[in-house]
Design a protein around this ligand. Structure first.
Ligand SMILES: [Zn+2]
Ligand SMILES: [Zn+2]
Length: 212
């Protein structure tokens, strides 16, 4: 059984998720820790909980989701898992950091590419990779069928959707991704987004103004 801990990091207020099981193993998704005290907070949490970090995943590689990749890589010795179409976004991220006044040192390690249908395993628990482009070209979500939740990155938010004006973004592609890949999941599926509060697939089908 997976437990979910959320941190809100950086001036961009990005949600970083730690998924951990009863064997004290964990997955770190989109480490957005920017400031030293945020990195310390992440480190201290794992230490306090006695968690061993096993996997580093990115839903996509906009700067706010990758600020802490290097720290996690160097601290826990993890290789980054991402979709191959996000590699170029990752390469662009430090330049946009400079442009937006949030310079940072990017991840320089190896890549482990993942794609639609891949199963990410942590002990007995499984997350299925769902490709959902539109906000970013290689955006993926992580779906846990057993526990009815999805880590949706910046595809779907509570009453909102991801922006499509960044490089590789496309509004129609994003709407198609949401309708064809997310809205086909059970209504009770909890949606843990890259920004903002928890929602469900059922609630967003009913109330999301961008999808009516
Ligand atoms: Zn994004
Ligand atoms: Zn974001």
């Amino acid at each position: 059984m997976l437990h979910i801990k959320k941190f809100v990091f950086s001036p961009i207020q990005e949600n970083t998720y730690i998924l951990y099981n009863e064997f004290k193993e964990c997955i770190i998704i989109d480490p957005g820790c920017y400031f030293d005290d945020e990195k310390q907070q992440l480190f201290d949490y794992l230490k306090k909980m006695g968690l061993v970090a096993k996997l580093l995943l990115n839903t996509h590689c906009h700067l706010d989701h990758v600020f802490g990749n290097k720290f996690v890589h160097e601290t826990f010795g993890l290789t980054l898992h991402l979709h191959k179409d996000e590699q170029k976004m990752l390469e662009l991220a430090p330049a946009s950091g400079l442009m937006w006044g949030v310079p940072f040192d990017s991840y320089q390690g190896a890549f482990n590419f993942i794609k639609e249908g891949d199963i990410i395993k942590l002990g007995e628990d499984e997350l299925r990779v769902i490709e959902a482009p539109g906000h970013s070209p290689g955006h993926i979500c992580f779906y846990c069928r057993q526990q009815h939740f999805i880590i949706s990155g910046d595809v779907l938010f509570q009453r909102s959707i991801g922006r499509t004006d960044l490089p590789g973004g496309n509004p129609q592609t994003l709407l198609n991704s949401i309708r064809q890949k997310l809205f086909v999941l059970p209504d009770e599926t909890k949606v843990y987004s890259g920004h903002g509060e928890l929602t469900t697939i059922g609630e967003e089908k009913l109330y999301n103004p961008f999808l009516n």
